[in-house]
Ligand binder design. Structure first.
Ligand code: AHR
Length: 315
C-alpha cells in the first residue's frame, strides 16, 4: 500500500515537472535578439514571419530588429542588446559576410551565444555557436545542372546577382559557375546585381535586353525568385515570351514563382526553406545547456519545375 502511494506521488510530481522541462527545452521564457537582413524579397518576409511564429509558439521573447539591408544597423542592434544585458542569446541573419569579428568577440566576451542563420560570416567559427542554413553552393550547382540539361550544354546566360558581398550571392555564383565550366558551350554573357529585389531585377534585365541582341540570350540565371519575376516582366515588355524565348532558373521557391511556372513564364526554382527558426532556437537551448554543436546545421532544398512536384513533397 505504501509503495502504491509512493508511486502515485512520483507520477504526480512527474506530471507537473515533465511539461515544465519540455517547455524549457523549447526555450520558453528566454529572451533572444534577432537581427534580420531586411525585407528585400518575398522569401525574406516569409522567413521573418516563420521565425516570429516559432518564437511565439515556444514562448520565447523575441526582440526583432530589421536592419534594412545595413550591416551597421545589425552591429548597432547587437551592441544595444549587449549593453542592456537583457538577452540570453542573439541570432543574426547577416547582410554581408565580412566585418563581424569585433562584434562577435564582444558578444563572446559578454557570454552571449550567437547563432548565425541563412547567410554566412567569414569570421573564425570559434566566435559563434553554429550556423543554420542551406548550402548556397549546392543551390547554384542545382540551377546550373538543370540549365545544362535543358539546353544540352549550349547557352548564353545573363546573370542577376544578389547583394554583392553576401554569402547567398557569392556562393550561388560559385556553384553555378563550377558546373557550367564543364561545358564549353555555356557562358555568362552579362552579369549585374539586382540586390535580390524585384524592381532592381527588372531594371537590370531591361538593360541586358537593350544592350544585347535578345535572340542571343538563351537564359536568365537569377540568384532569387523576386529578381526572376522582375526579369519576366522585362522580357514580356520587350515582346518576348519568358520561359520559352528565354529560359529562367532561380532560387527561393516563393508562391509567386509557382504562378509563373503554372503560366509557363519561368522554368525552374531551387527551394530555400524559410523554416530555420526552429533549428536556431533548438541550438540556443542546446548551447545554454552546455551541449557542443556542429558548426553547421544544414537545411535542405530541391529544384522544382512544377507546382505539382513541389506540392507532392510538401503535403
Ligand atoms: O540569403 C538568402 C537570400 O536572401 C534569398 O535567396 C533572397 O530572396 C533573400 O533576399
Amino acid at each position: 500500500m505504501r509503495l502504491l502511494k509512493l508511486s502515485l506521488v512520483v507520477l504526480m510530481v512527474l506530471a507537473v515537472v515533465a511539461p515544465i522541462a519540455a517547455a524549457q527545452d523549447m526555450g520558453e521564457g528566454l529572451t533572444i535578439g534577432f537581427s534580420q537582413v531586411g525585407s528585400e524579397s518575398a522569401w525574406r518576409t516569409a522567413f521573418t514571419e516563420a521565425v516570429q511564429a516559432e518564437a511565439e509558439a515556444r514562448g520565447i521573447n523575441l526582440l526583432f530588429s530589421d536592419a534594412q539591408q545595413s550591416q551597421e544597423n545589425q552591429i548597432a542592434a547587437m551592441r544595444a542588446w549587449l549593453a542592456q544585458g537583457d538577452v540570453d542569446a542573439i541570432i543574426i541573419a547577416p547582410v554581408i559576410e565580412s566585418g563581424w569579428d569585433d562584434v562577435l568577440q564582444e558578444a563572446q566576451d559578454a557570454g552571449v551565444p550567437v547563432i548565425i542563420v541563412d547567410r554566412n560570416v567569414d569570421s573564425d567559427p570559434s566566435l559563434f555557436v553554429t550556423r543554420v542554413s542551406s548550402d548556397f553552393v549546392h543551390e547554384g550547382r542545382l540551377a546550373a545542372s538543370w540549365l545544362v540539361q535543358a539546353t544540352s550544354g549550349e547557352c548564353n546566360i545573363v546573370e542577376l546577382q544578389g547583394t554583392v558581398g553576401s554569402a547567398a550571392a557569392t556562393d550561388r555564383q560559385t556553384g553555378f559557375n563550377e558546373v557550367i565550366a564543364l561545358f564549353p558551350g555555356m557562358q555568362i554573357i552579362r552579369s549585374e546585381t539586382g540586390n535580390f529585389v524585384r524592381t532592381e531585377g527588372k531594371a537590370v534585365m531591361e538593360s541586358f535586353l537593350n544592350s544585347e541582341d535578345p535572340a542571343n540570350i538563351c537564359a536568365v540565371w537569377a540568384h532569387n525568385d523576386d529578381m526572376a519575376i522582375g526579369a519576366i516582366e522585362a522580357i514580356k515588355e520587350a515582346g518576348l515570351q519568358p520561359g520559352k524565348d528565354i529560359l529562367i532558373v532561380s532560387v527561393d521557391s516563393i508562391p509567386d514563382i509557382y504562378d509563373a511556372l503554372d503560366a509557363g513564364e519561368t522554368n525552374a526554382t531551387v527551394e530555400l526553406s524559410p523554416f530555420m527558426g526552429g533549428p536556431a532556437f533548438d541550438a540556443v537551448v542546446a548551447t545554454l545547456n552546455g551541449e557542443e554543436l556542429p558548426k553547421w546545421i544544414p537545411v535542405s532544398g530541391k529544384l522544382y519545375t512544377t507546382r505539382a512536384a513541389y506540392d507532392a513533397d510538401h503535403q
